[in-house]
Each structure stands twice: as C-alpha cells, then as structure tokens.
Design a protein around this ligand. Structure first.
Ligand code: C2E
Ligand code: CA
Ligand code: CA
Ligand code: CA
Length: 278
C-alpha cells in the first residue's frame, strides 16, 4: 500500500491527494457513525423577547466521534450533501426531532420543532412521503413541525419546490426560510410560495450594532416580512444590546446564545419547563 501511495504521488499533487484522502476518510467515518448511531440531536429554543414565551426550538445535529470530540456540522454537512449521505442523516434528524417534540407534548409542553432540510434532501427523496410517514409514525401534530429551508432550495426549481411547499402547507407543517438575505434567489417567491417565517441570518445580527449596512438590511428584512405577513426570527443573538435593538425594530422572536445554547433533549426539556413555569 505504501508503494502504491508513493506511486500515486507522481500523478496527483500532494494537496489534492491529501484532501481527497481526508474526504474519503471523513466519508467512511460518517457511514460508520450512521451505523453506530453516533449522531445526536441537540435543541436550541427560540423565545419572544417581549413576553418571554417559548416560540419553538431548532433541532441541530451533533456528531461526537470515538474520542468524544464534536465534529461541527459545517465540516460534514457539505460533504454529506455531495455524497448523498445527507438523505439518511436528514431522515434520522427529522425522525428524532419529531419523536422528541412528541415527548415534550406528552409532558405538557407543546413546542414546535424546526428541522433543517438540505436542498439535496428536498429534491432527492420522495421527500413529502417521508415527512408524512414520520408524522404518522410519531403521531406529532403537524402544526408542531417546522421545516427550515434555504433560498437555494427555491432557486433550483421554483415550481417543483412550490408543489412540495403547498402540500406541506396542506398537511399543516410550517415552513421557514433560513439564512434569509444571504441567498441569491429573487424575492418574488415570497409572494408565490406558502412561507410562514423568515429567519434573519446571524451574519447580519452579528454586526448590526457596528455596521450600518447590516443594520439597514435587518430593517429592510423586517419591513418586508411585516408587509407580507410573515413571522420573523432573528438568529445568532448574543447580547442584550442586539436583542433590544431587534425588539425596537419590530422583531420579537429571537434565537441565540444570549437566550439559550443548543443542548441535549433532557436539558432543553428542563429549560423549557422552567421557562413555562416562570
Ligand atoms: P443554521 O441552520 O443557521 O443553524 C444555526 C447555527 O448557529 C447552529 O450552528 C447554532 O449552534 C449556531 N448558533 C446559535 N446561536 C448562536 C449564537 O448566538 N452565536 C453564534 N455564533 N452561533 C449561534 P451549528 O449547530 O454548528 O450548525 C451549523 C449549520 O449546520 C446550521 O446552520 C445548518 O445549516 C447546518 N445543520 C445543523 N444541523 C443540521 C441538520 O440536522 N440538517 C442539515 N441539513 N443541516 C444542519
Ligand atoms: Ca437553521
Ligand atoms: Ca441560519
Ligand atoms: Ca446555515
């Protein structure tokens, strides 16, 4: 094998070889993690900053490798989208999130769970049938499920996407546009498609107090959302000052480290119980 490796160096540049090897290794570890059930789902709550009312929670995948270290989604989701593993991974997250939301409901906490859906998943699988099957299987009321899609999903084939979104709407599932403002699709889809929520991307929130362009973009998104009757959620809110400014501008629902860190199910359960009691 060593001989082989040396031989191949003559044809591939060191960097390409090293990075494709790292990719293959990561891919193998991902398949292995799926088999060993090594993925977990964490949850981050969203709150109405005005009333303190819980407005839902977002499911975020976590991968703890053999040594116990977390591998961030930004490192493996893009690769999983390329090699198709996002389909079984995404199915796992959706199933787990629906199960957990159902358990919360059973404990007297009707909290809507948002699940990130990759564009690949949205297109490749008999996606709608899968969502219906999981809702049936878990007996989660569809109104307690929200799917977060990005503008890229819509840019690809707006008519096909529209058909699926219409069917989701008919089921009673909510749809939000994640990372709003960072994509490249036209805004007409907001008028044509049954969308419920715009999530203001955290890159705008991060610099809104120091960068006047970011502040202006946030204001424009809020006004657009209000004019179209959409709910608004600001993500990545880390400070009280950001929260105050967003509230003053008319965006009340917030998600971010300032309010709640992503955490395992049992912890979010306690956190939400406390929030509801208080
Ligand atoms: P996203 O959907 O925009 O999720 C929000 C990300 O921001 C999460 O990172 C979350 O932990 C982080 N975050 C939350 N509050 C704050 C804050 O106040 N400050 C900062 N700096 N960050 C905050 P995470 O969990 O590392 O996920 C990164 C991205 O990976 C997600 O971005 C999403 O695009 C993707 N992802 C995560 N889980 C899934 C999944 O189950 N399926 C798919 N398709 N994508 C996922
Ligand atoms: Ca998201
Ligand atoms: Ca986001
Ligand atoms: Ca994102």
């Amino acid at each position: 094998a060593k001989q082989d490796g040396r031989h191949r160096y003559r044809f591939f540049s060191h960097n390409i070889e090293a990075s494709s090897r790292a990719r293959l290794l990561l891919e193998r570890r991902m398949r292995d993690a799926l088999e060993r059930d090594a993925f977990e789902v964490f949850y981050q709550a969203k709150f109405d900053a005005r009333s303190g009312i819980t407005r839902g929670m977002e499911a975020l995948i976590r991968w703890r490798d053999e040594s116990g270290t977390f591998i961030p989604p930004a490192e493996f989701i893009p690769l999983a989208e390329k090699n198709g593993l996002i389909v079984p991974i995404g199915r796992y997250v959706l199933l787990q999130a629906c199960r957990d939301a159902r358990r919360l409901l059973q404990r007297g906490l009707p909290v809507c769970v948002s699940v990130n859906i990759s564009a690949v998943q949205f297109r490749e699988e008999p996606f709608l049938a899968m969502v219906e099957r999981i809702l049936d299987e878990t007996t989660l009321p569809p109104a307690l499920l929200e799917l977060e899609i990005t503008e890229g999903v819509l840019a690809h084939d707006i008519d096909a996407a529209g058909g699926i979104l219409g069917a989701l709407k008919a089921l009673g599932v909510r749809v939000s546009i994640d990372d709003f403002g960072t994509g490249y699709s036209s805004l007409t889809y907001l008028k044509r498609l049954p969308i419920d929520v715009l999530k203001i991307d955290r890159s705008f929130v991060r610099d809104m107090l120091t960068d006047s362009s970011d502040a202006a973009i946030i204001e424009a998104i809020i006004r657009l959302g209000q004019a179209l009757g959409l709910e608004l959620v600001a993500e990545g809110v880390e400070t009280e000052a950001q929260a105050e400014k967003l509230l003053a501008r008319g965006c009340a629902v917030m998600q971010g480290y300032h309010f709640c860190m992503p955490m395992p199910f049992e912890q979010i359960c306690q956190r939400l119980q406390t929030a509801m009691a208080g």
